[in-house]
Design a protein around this ligand. Structure first.
Ligand code: ACO
Length: 332
């Protein structure tokens, strides 16, 4: 067969909870402002010695258990993250912690909030074209590491989490990834970025600096209004293209599962696509925007609660920094 299907999902979040009221003690904001403008009420934050890799391993183990697949059978681990524990790649450490024998390939994919959709499509390409059988796609981010906790425009939005799915090779009749659409627009990167600090990278004088001082990344810089407009413009278009590539129409969609950035973005996209509110999956009230983790985290909750049922069709879309965006029409 030349098909690929989703056979398991899992997720994990840090135990430390930060409410809107907690935030109103450190910046000039309120539960009302945050709830009305974003729909977010709580988020989880990685603290102390906890590592993102640990969350990712937990999410991946749950996905493998659901799929009843042994770690030894995994032949590719894709970690979608923009906040790795190790800049050289954290996926190999996850592969080792899971106990995958035979040294299967494991590497990181960096595409911010679009990372998971890109990972899903990449998994399907490795399966269809490369003979891979069991691909773990993990979305995990800890944006709390790069949030300016004195900037009320950004610190209210983000949370940390990990989510995972297992994508498996199958007969073409069982195929569960119907169509996709992926894009980038680097010209718009300045609307949302966390760049390397230039003067430190260059050295002490700002010109020729040798030996270079250690580098670090700036806080998250965001133009919220621009990102909002960008998302509302590109996401409906992208889903329409993915549907067309799948040979489907809007009426085929059982669930709309968007990157959980802001409830107003979810509502605007659903309205544009004429998808009723009760077909829109949303759990951002509890977790905020968890970047690459948000789609698999929301999928996992929806599957385990019985909301999303086997055989149902999901239109999913990620969008954010890069700028990047992408959609996929999938079957659970
Ligand atoms: N509490 C109280 N007031 C605030 C807060 C806050 N937390 N933040 C901003 N304000 C103030 C502003 O200072 C401004 O005041 P002013 O009118 O006196 O200047 C006023 O509220 C309105 O601010 P806006 O920025 O215009 O508010 P907006 O309605 O655009 O909401 C928000 C801001 C929530 C950030 C919204 O723009 C948004 O969600 N954008 C999308 C952001 C996003 O999803 N980013 C992630 C993408 S995914 C990724 O790749 C990581």
């Amino acid at each position: 067969g030349n098909g690929c299907k989703l056979v398991g999902c899992g997720s994990a979040v840090p135990s430390f909870e930060v409410s809107n009221d907690d935030l109103s003690k450190i910046v000039d904001t309120s539960d009302e402002w945050i709830s009305v403008r974003t729909g977010i009420r709580n988020r989880r934050v990685l603290t102390g010695k906890d590592r993102l890799t640990g969350l990712a391993v937990e999410a991946a183990q749950k996905a493998l258990e659901m799929a009843e697949v042994d770690p030894d059978e995994v032949d590719l681990v894709l970690l979608c993250t923009s906040t790795p524990d190790d800049l050289f790649g954290s996926a190999p450490q996850i592969q080792a912690a899971l106990g995958c024998k035979g040294n299967p390939l494991a590497f990181d994919i960096t595409a911010a909030c679009s990372g998971f959709v890109l990972g899903l499509v990449s998994a399907s390409c490795y399966i269809r074209g490369g003979g891979f059988k069991n691909v773990l796609v993990i979305g995990a981010d800890a944006l709390s590491r790069y949030v300016d906790w004195s900037d009320r425009g950004t610190c209210i939005l983000f949370g940390d989490a990990a989510g995972a799915v297992l994508v498996q090779a199958c007969e073409s009749e069982e195929d569960g990834l119907f169509g996709f659409d992926l894009h980038s627009d680097g010209g718009g990167y300045r609307h949302l970025h966390t760049g390397i600090k230039e003067n430190e990278a260059l050295g002490t004088n700002g010109s020729v600096g040798f030996p270079p001082k250690g580098s670090s990344y700036s806080f998250i810089q965001m133009n919220g209004k621009e990102v909002f407009r960008f998302a509302c413009r590109v996401v409906p278009q992208s889903i329409e293209i993915a549907l067309e590539n799948a040979g489907m129409t809007r009426s085929s969609i059982d669930w709309l599962l968007l990157h959980q950035a802001n409830q107003r973005i979810l509502d605007a996209v659903a309205t544009r696509l004429e998808i009723p509110a009760d077909r829109v999956i949303s759990n951002l009230a509890n977790y905020g925007n968890t970047s690459a983790a948000s789609i698999p985290l929301a999928l996992d909750e929806a599957v385990r609660s019985g909301k999303v049922k086997p055989g149902q069709t999901i239109a999913t879309s990620g969008f954010g920094a890069g700028l990047t965006w992408g959609s996929a029409i999938i079957k659970w």
